[in-house]
Design a protein. Structure first.
Length: 366
């Protein structure tokens, strides 16, 4: 069987019925079991569509969460959250998030995402396997060190080294839980490498030290979490610069982080945002270590218009000047709904993007 050269990042637009069910659950109108039944039925329909689209992996579309990162963090001991105060300024819009912070030592417990994964795995068929997307360990490290969390975190973890060790240990335990549930492909979603580039990076991370020190910390926590993984478990990572309601958080090329994440992060594949000029050029791909593949995110999920096929093909060929074509793949730059609100396109437009990606991949990698 030939290798499929296309994929998606993982999240899909939520149907209105699922959004209503979550709202009903949040306000107490339906029980958790009722919400789970509605959610699982929606996931089942989504998986059928993913199979019809010919995707190499199936996901739950992140239908089990409001936010691509925060819901996962809530599955650890020592993490609390509240609805007010979690807004983050994106380009032209404030992302309506939830305040998520540390109240005690961070520890793993039976993570609710594992049960969700087990359901998706039960839907595997025809050589299509399930992958699990989770925020990167570095993303949790960053969340606990944003300015409004910094002081509370320091009361529990006086040093970053202590925090890094506990984050990595908690992640290793959840990775083990997922592996025991049959998961063989995990994707870290990581906006930290996209946030530490650009003109505002030094100001953004000033509480943690100089930028070189912070990059070393981000690399360390991710690699420690991966350390000791089973040989047949693939851990990939997706990097972007924010994706909320078709807006973005940061801009900047990969050049300042290539020597860290491209060269030294111990993942199998890099899913990279490359849908517009905010990501810079392809030259940093020369720094990708030879044991990694790269999935080029050349098709945007932020706008409904379909990309010009010839332009995308030309960009793939340009990237191949820095990394061999046989190590390249194609995908959207990010998910279609990193948060429940989703991006500004319809479900049909979402699937049209995926069809285009498939067509281009089959033409380029004949």
């Amino acid at each position: 069987m030939s290798v499929k050269r296309f994929d998606v990042v993982g999240s899909f637009l939520r149907p209105e019925s699922l959004k209503k069910a979550r709202s009903d659950f949040d306000n107490g109108s339906i029980t958790k079991d009722q919400f789970t039944s509605i959610k699982n039925e929606a996931v089942k329909k989504l998986v059928e569509k993913q199979k019809e689209a010919g995707l190499p992996y199936i996901t739950d579309g992140e239908y089990n969460r409001k936010f691509w990162h925060l819901d996962f963090f809530w599955g650890f001991e020592g993490i609390e959250h509240k609805k007010d105060g979690g807004g983050v300024q994106f380009n032209g819009e404030v992302a309506d998030l939830e305040d998520t912070y540390l109240t005690g030592k961070l520890k793993a417990k039976a993570h609710p995402f594992v049960e969700d994964f087990t359901y998706v795995k039960s839907l595997e068929s025809d050589g299509v396997t399930a992958k699990q997307t989770i925020p990167a360990p570095a993303q949790l490290f960053q969340q606990l060190n944003i300015p409004k969390n910094f002081e509370a975190t320091r009361k529990i973890y006086p040093t970053n080294d202590e925090l890094i060790l506990d984050i990595a240990a908690a992640y290793r335990e959840v990775i083990r839980q997922l592996y025991d549930a049959g998961c063989r492909t995990i994707q870290f979603d990581d906006c930290t490498w996209g946030a530490i580039v650009g003109d505002a990076a030094a100001q953004r991370y000033k509480l943690l030290g100089n930028l070189k020190e912070v990059k070393e910390q981000l690399l360390k926590v991710n690699n420690l979490a991966i350390e000791g993984k089973p040989a047949d478990l693939k851990i990939n990572t997706h990097i972007c610069r924010g994706n909320y309601h078709s807006t973005f958080f940061t801009s900047g090329p990969y050049d300042p982080v290539a020597d860290f994440v491209f060269a030294k992060e111990k993942v199998t594949t890099l899913y990279l945002e490359y849908d517009d000029e905010r990501s810079g050029g392809f030259a940093p791909l020369a720094k990708v270590s030879e044991d990694k593949n790269v999935v080029l995110g050349l098709v945007t999920t932020k706008r409904p218009e379909l990309e010009d096929k010839a332009t995308v093909i030309a960009r793939i060929n340009e990237a191949a000047n820095y990394i061999p074509l046989n190590r390249l793949f194609l995908s959207p730059q990010c998910g279609f709904a990193s948060c429940e609100i989703g991006n500004k396109l319809t479900e049909e437009q979402q699937w049209a993007k995926i069809r285009l990606i498939k067509e281009i991949s089959e033409e380029v990698w004949k």
